[in-house]
Design a protein around this ligand. Sequence first.
Ligand code: PHE
Length: 516
Amino acid sequence: MENNRSSFGSNFGFLMAAIGSAVGLGNIWGFPYKMGRSGGFTFLLVYLLLAVFVGLIIMVSELALGRMTRMSPIDAYQAVSKKYKWIGWLAIAAPFLVMTFYAVLGGYVLQYMSLNLAELSFDLSNIYGQQITGAATFSAMLANPFGCFFFTLLFMLICMVIVMGGVSGGIERFNKIGMPALAAMLVVVIVRSLTLPNAAEGLKFMFVPGYAIKGGFIDQAPDLISVLGTAGGQMFFSLSLAMGAILTYGSYLGREENLVNNSITIVFADTVIAIMAGIAVIPAAVANGINNGIPVNEIALNGPKLLFVTLQDVFSHMGHAGPLFGLIFYLLVLLAAISSAISLMEAIGAHWIDKDLQAGKGDNRKKITINVSILITAAALIVAVDGLGSNHIHPAALLGIQGSVPDFIADWLDFMDCWSEGIAMPLGAMLMALMIGWERSPKLILDEVGHGNHSSFFAKFYTLCIRYVAPVVMAFVLAGQMIGFFGGPDILWYALSFAALAGFAFFTINGREKEE
Ligand code: PHE
């Protein structure tokens, strides 16, 4: 079977694909606003620590599990664990749920790209008699379910064609061009952003400790524990961890490649791009707000508004060059979204592609990818039509619940996000760490990455993190996500998360057969 299973053409191609998976909407949109909301510099510091102590460790583990088994997530977990063979199913359900909203967001980005292209080609202000504001564009877009679904479909078609092209012929080829192009465009946008008057205020907000409050952006700093939850969740999503994607890509990587160095490169590149995206987005949004007389605490640096309202305003106020920068910006966001979406789709489809290969039915990648795409698009329909809750079909409305409702039923995007990013991801990572650290042995992974010698620094570091640091951090992340989606009381969610950790730890260690 190994002979006809797909693989990457080169280590560079693999790196571009894995970095492409990691660099996505999470970096360009989630990172900047979470950093802003969670007190700028503190968030950055916590994020970096978590990336090294947990992100890197889980990245190495997933790549090793994939490469060692040469299997897709479901089979890989079945092959290595008696107690946790079912985690693989989490790692296939989660990417499916993520895709149901990722595709819709990709569709939004396509719409904004088209809008800026149209403005560049025609002077739309002559038609509308006034400048089109970001807020007006955004609400008009959300109120048009047909348009949103159409662009979701278009986004899915683009991704489908790439995945149908195969691991090296489609995914690798797209990323080898797409990722360097994305980085170059990001630099162009950063230069424009930083040369706007008052851009320095935005930079201070990001990098000067305490400035978010001193400068009047937010009233109150979040406590350290909630920063830990937010930064941890963001870091995991941004690195594409615990969703099967990295494991699947690892299963296509050659035996001779260095997994530790590759993991360091991926984590480093993803973090640098996230910080660069912050520098591209936040100073521009802040500068534009100040220059137009908006009080700093009213500039929308939060949620979907940042990307689709605030930034579109930045481009609209830039004069003739605005639509050009708008086009470049939304194109780069599109590349980031596509390169992540295709890794999610690959993680889902790989299971069935492998199954057919093993059964001697040949390579059915094309057919399977089409089926996966149809299923995702069908489920994405409700997210697209929902318009972030603005069209009154959100879960709370369907359940007849009125008034202020917890986030997870406020709109379909959050509903899908809650089960995937909120629950499956932190839980999956926690269980994976327990599985490797306590059911099997860290040696399982260390042997695969060529550090079987327990005395090496990396072996010690890895063992410590996978056994103790990662499970505990994941309990904090799980609690943080629950608080965000379901609402307080915080103490309840901390208690539940740590009870879950204790329960699973007991389950793992109890009756364990020691591996030697
Ligand atoms: N890492 C991607 C982002 O930052 C999202 C993603 C998560 C992609 C999990 C694949 C797997 O947007």
